[in-house]
Design a protein around this ligand. Sequence first.
Ligand code: EPZ
Length: 434
Amino acid sequence: MEQYAIKGGTPLRGEVEISGAKNAALGILAGAIMTDDIVTIENLPNVKDVNVLLCALEDIGAVVDRIDTHTVKIDGSSINRLSVDYEYIKKMRASYYLMGALLGKYNEAEVALPGGCAIGSRPIDLHIKGLRALGADVDQGYGLWSAKATRLVGNHIYLDKVSVGATINIMLASVLALGKTTIENAAREPHVVDVANFLNSMGANIRGAGTDIIRVMGVEKLHGTTYSVIPDQIEAGTYMCAAAATKGDVLLRNVIPKHLEAISAKLIEAGCIVEEFDDCVRVIAEDQKLKSTQVITQPYPGFPTDMQPEVAAVLGLAEGISIVNESIFENRFKYVDELNRMGANIKVEGNVAIITGVTSYNGARVSAPDLRAGAALIIAGLQADGYTFIDDIQYIQRGYEDLEGKLNSLGATFAHVTTDAEAQKFTLKNNKVS
Ligand code: EPZ
């Protein structure tokens, strides 16, 4: 059984390099097959979600040449299948970006329907609405959704809810469509902007990404490019919260501070010092008392829903009562039961968590319900008195690169163990040390 083993109680101190953004990389890798030229993508995070999508690209016939851990060359000219198997969608729902990319390039695509997941039902009605607005016939059935068009034609599309996935999927489908597409109430996340910038580097004509109105003028074809993925806003936020919870002092390198503004502001409210530099952010929490505050998750530039579990783990240690309101997903508090088993005092009422701060967590054996909930348990384990063992780490491995190397370089006592014997050895070894 694979676990993360943590001996808590050491403030994190030092420097950590942030990897490329997973949620940008997934849209970019799908878009890379929209040309028959070679596309080189750099600064890819070495995480499970990216590797699953690379396998999905190979499964439909694209050639993926892994230059190094963080760089791939993609050749979409040899694609011979327009159908994306369920096994890829099951492992990683954002494989559905291939719907927009394949439909945009070949006027046809079939993708397994994504199911719900731990955090909510995750509908795709807005994706379908957008593709139909571009003139595609979109059908659902037998666990699949398929789309066909003689020629996609630009249109004005209003998204009833701000949706990152629908914004990216529609943008992918529209770049080769005839004429102009306007996406209104578009998502403004940094990863949406990165996908737009990537597509423009291939010759697309996209304006307004990062605002709530994206305008796309269809072009005849796209050409090859070399593109580097932006740093991961959520990985950075996770290390910022780990520094806060352990009362440490951590410098994060290779970040875009503007992308972290909502997270920095919240940690400052909670009593941390946050210093911003050109491509670095420093979080100082040693000698600071954590203070309670309120959080409501919102689409960017609001506080990111993907940071909600992590900041709750910090507020669980803050003096007083904090309120966390999850306004995006309907089921994103599954980590609370696990945190309470580590000594937290959190009550959930509907989409609101009421957090009464405690002085310390205590180590326990816990299980990661989903990716960011797992990150919250790591943060709690790093602070906790004693040992924490986290099961179901496959969820966490989807979105975090080299946790062991990065955390231990900051002074943590953290290991990826694969057997009971290794877990016992970890405890014995660290008992001797302390
Ligand atoms: C993306 O998911 C991210 N995943 C999520 O990160 C992130 O939590 C989410 O955006 C919000 O920022 C990737 O980028 C791969 P949405 P996505 O469409 O695109 C509703 C992580 O931790 N909605 O912005 O699926 C939906 O139910 C993951 O890396 C519809 O109603 O999220 C939700 O309430 C977890 N109909 C809201 O919109 C639709 O057709 C926002 O969802 C689509 C979405």
